[in-house]
Design a protein around this ligand. Structure first.
Ligand code: COA
Length: 217
């Protein structure tokens, strides 16, 4: 029997609209979700974006009195964390959205909740992906890697084996992270960087090899 669940997307910006495409692709294989709208504080309520309405503010999610799935259509780790901590409604669930063409081993891959895994990702074996992680288009995640909650990877990031990514890490498009190292909490890696040594927490690192250029709180 068909079991179609309602889903809404937080954020109707570029990535939010791409998350809508991701859900369309999931549905094209087997209809799983009815997209009922976006929640976006910066867009007029009722306005249609790519045929889907803005339902209201993020705060209004806490008044929903029916079962609703929510997907995060934003990629900045600290914003994701803030949004999730503002939702305290037990009617809300956060499914993992995994594009049907993602290649993912069944050998010891753990995936938490609320993760967005876009088209073209390849995830091999013995991998732990915690919660609210964003893997944008065409990333690779190698063996024995841990990605902690809220971290985000822009398109075409390659993560080699035995890497530990702490919470709230942001990795820019095309960056490469070589094997057997860690990236500290809240660190930002610039587009195109090659991370060849572990990076500390709370820094922005760029270049080849990636070096911290600034530290932040
Ligand atoms: C690393 C990054 C976050 C830095 O942003 P920022 O904190 O605003 O820093 P600035 O733009 O002020 O740049 C600081 C310095 O680093 C350099 N720099 C910035 N990004 C760089 C990068 N990716 N590689 C090499 N150098 C970089 C700048 O040229 C500047 O150098 P200067 O001081 O000699 O002029 C940003 O440039 C970046 O790469 N973001 C990723 C974007 C991305 O992947 N988007 C995907 C969307 S889907």
């Amino acid at each position: 029997m068909e079991n179609i669940e309602k889903i809404a997307i937080i954020g109707a910006g570029g990535f939010g609209r791409e998350v809508k495409c991701l859900i369309d692709d999931i549905n094209s294989k087997e209809k799983q979700y009815e997209v009922i709208g976006f929640f976006d504080d910066n867009i007029e309520v009722g306005k249609s974006i790519n045929g889907i309405k803005n339902l209201g503010s993020i705060e209004s999610i806490n008044n929903i009195d029916y079962n609703l799935n929510i997907a995060l259509g934003v990629g900045v780790p600290e914003i994701k964390k803030k949004l999730i901590s503002s939702i305290n409604n037990t009617n809300i669930k956060f499914p993992n959205l995994i594009h049907p063409n993602v290649i993912k081993s069944t050998d010891d891959v753990a995936i938490g909740i609320g993760n967005i895994i876009c088209a073209g990702n390849i995830i091999t074996c013995n991998i732990d992906i915690q919660d609210f992680v964003t893997l944008n288009l065409s990333c690779t995640v190698g063996h024995d890697t841990t990605i902690k909650s809220y971290s985000s990877f822009m398109p075409s990031v390659n993560i080699s084996g035995e890497v530990i990514i702490e919470e709230n890490v942001y990795v820019g498009t095309g960056a490469k992270i070589i094997n057997n190292l860690s990236i500290g909490t809240n660190t930002i890696v610039g587009a195109g960087a090659v991370v060849s040594k572990s990076l500390p927490e709370n820094c922005t690192a760029v270049g080849i090899p990636a070096k911290p250029i600034k530290f932040h709180n």
